[in-house]
Design a binder for this molecule. Sequence first.
Ligand code: ADP
Ligand code: ADP
Length: 227
Amino acid sequence: MLSFENVTKQYTDGTPAVKDLNLNIEKGEFVCFIGPSGCGKTTTMKMVNRLIDITGGNIYVDGKDIKEQNAVELRRSIGYVIQQIGLLPHMTIKDNIVLVGTLLKWSKEQKNARARELLKLVDMPEDYLNKYPHELSGGQQQRIGVLRALAANPPLILMDEPFGALDPITRDSLQEEFKKLQKELHKTIVFVTHDMDEALKLGDRIVIMKDGEVVQADTPEEILRNP
Ligand code: ADP
Ligand code: ADP
């Protein structure tokens, strides 16, 4: 579903952020990227959805070289959730969830139906659809950010420290909800964290990065056996 082939990234100021990354992520897999701040995790995510250019090597999404795809269409096929989800403050929760529907020219009825369907996934009452972001708690806003990334039903979802700013209880409940979503919706998920407990809990496989390189890529069981 997602392959990295000798991928490198050097920023224009000379910083070598990612060095010779090789990795295959299977369809339906939940892969956690972990490593200290500055090791290249965010850079890797941004290359996949072409927010930044690759310096060397190739990335394939669903077998297709991303360089040969239209960047806007590529991003539409990849859900992206970051810590600062940035819901639009003057739009209702419903309009925030189905933001992509405007681009895809969905009818009002299609948008309403999709927003209702998505909200059911995260255990929030339907009257939240007509509220505005400031009326929701941080954890609720983060749930909406996740739903927004799911709206166009992308097969691949990138999550960059999505729960990092949340209190431990909200975080636990979102982790559980999210693991459930992965299983039920059969998504391929790449999840960046710097918290090993979170990676062990969520990942089918854990990719450990250090100084721009992958130092280990194994199942949680193997990681615990050979740390
Ligand atoms: P993270 O939460 O992944 O550790 P950072 O704090 O490293 O994020 O980076 C936050 C933002 O600042 C990112 O968009 C990143 O691209 C940018 N950034 C990080 N380091 C630099 C740098 N040395 N020069 C310019 N921009 C940077
Ligand atoms: P992580 O997500 O693991 O914290 P990043 O991918 O944000 O790491 O950063 C990897 C390296 O690239 C760091 O040394 C960071 O300072 C640098 N970096 C990130 N963004 C930029 C940028 N826009 N310009 C220059 N250097 C950057």
